[in-house]
Design a protein around this ligand. Structure first.
Ligand code: KG4
Ligand code: ZN
Length: 339
């Protein structure tokens, strides 16, 4: 039996999971509410909170799994990309744990983890996963990419954002409307009761497989500024319609580029991944498009869309099988590339 303990600490979630023979036994995450009032993650506060949370979170994950430390065969951690101070807490914990228990260390790329979340196996949940090669729309707070996934270990980025990520577009739009961080889930929530065609925002003119969201943010900023000069309560009066229209525009941009990628590659095995794949509007729209265009669509379990250690653990399990272990000289890499 191969039992792996995994740690994720790249941004503002401290998470630990236990994977046994490829099956997820437990996943515990402590999120950080300290950033709410700042409109974004404050790196210094994030690393301090990871430091406080990591031992209790690991302890809880081991207890949930019913596994003793002596049964752990390897420890995995997120090496990057992410906030350096946050990553360092996870890397240092993992090294200490590996040394103390004389077990191997496995490094995992956070973005590979998001894709691997599509392959998580849990007792009582149907196991459906995409067949290689497939296209993934990887949309998170730090990244927006279209990736051709060839197998567990081989990927090609075929499209990417030239400025902001889709998650940033959600969060920055929310901030303009005075909503707390992270704004993405709130926009999702308010959009449910809004009209997606109430307000029109221009789509960017960039390459076929490129995303751009900074222009959208600017046009939302000026639109809201103008309207607020006429009506002080404009955002409050139109919150649902604003959220629905902003969300609709972001989804339109994502779908258009994904369709370009599908046309270019001829691949219709499609998945979404990353924090923004939690978005109900995106999940519904993807399902509709898949039905209309005969795509074979895979959407990760809602619980494993945003940052979690389960996705790091399943990636580490594949690496364990190939004996891909890290040396103890390894360091965190804030800008680690996807490939
Ligand atoms: O993958 P993730 O947890 O962290 C990164 O790797 O960046 O993604 C976080 C991003 C944030 O921008 C957050 O606002 C967005 O995912 N997000 C959402 C939703 N849930 C999380 N955006 C839109 N709708 C959601 N329901
Ligand atoms: Zn992430």
């Amino acid at each position: 039996m191969i039992t792996i303990l995994s740690i994720e600490s790249s941004c503002d979630d401290t998470s630990a999971a236990v994977i046994q023979d490829g099956w997820l036994l437990s996943n515990r995450t402590a999120d950080q509410t300290v950033h709410k009032i700042y409109g974004g993650v404050v790196p210094e506060l994030a690393s301090r909170a990871h430091q406080a949370n990591i031992v209790p979170v690991v302890d809880a994950a081991l207890k949930d799994a019913g596994v003793d430390i002596s049964q752990i065969n390897a420890i995995a951690f997120t090496r990057g990309p992410g906030l350096l101070g946050s990553l360092l807490v996870g890397v240092s914990f993992a090294k200490g744990f590996a040394l103390a228990n004389r077990i191997p260390l496995i490094e995992v790329n956070h973005l590979h983890g998001h894709i691997a979340a599509l392959f998580l196996k849990e007792k009582g949940t149907p196991y459906n996963h995409p067949v290689f090669p497939f296209l993934t729309l990887l949309v998170s707070g730090g990244h927006s990419q279209i990736i051709k996934v060839n197998d567990y270990f081989s990927r090609e980025i075929i499209g990417e954002t030239i400025d902001d990520a889709a998650g940033e577009a959600f969060d920055k739009s929310a901030k303009i409307m005075g909503l707390p961080y992270p704004g993405g889930p709130l926009i999702d929530q308010y959009a449910v009761d809004g009209n997606p065609h109430a307000f029109k925002f221009a789509k960017p003119l960039v390459g076929d497989l490129q995303f751009s969201f900074s222009g959208l943010k600017t046009s939302i900023l000026y639109f809201i500024k103008n309207e607020t000069e006429k009506n002080h309560n404009f955002v409050k009066d139109h919150l649902n319609d604003l959220c629905a229209s902003i969300q609709f525009t972001i989804i339109e941009i994502l779908i258009e580029k994904l369709k370009n990628a599908i046309n270019k590659t001829g691949i219709t095995e499609i998945a979404i991944a990353g924090g923004v794949s939690a978005n109900k509007g995106l999940r519904d729209r993807m399902t509709k498009e898949a039905n209309q265009n005969n795509w074979n669509l895979f959407i990760p379990n809602f619980k494993y869309t945003t940052d979690n250690a389960a996705m790091i653990g399943i990636t580490a399990y594949w690496k364990y099988l190939k004996s891909e272990f890290a040396s103890h000289g390894i360091t965190a890499e804030a800008k680690l590339k996807t490939d």
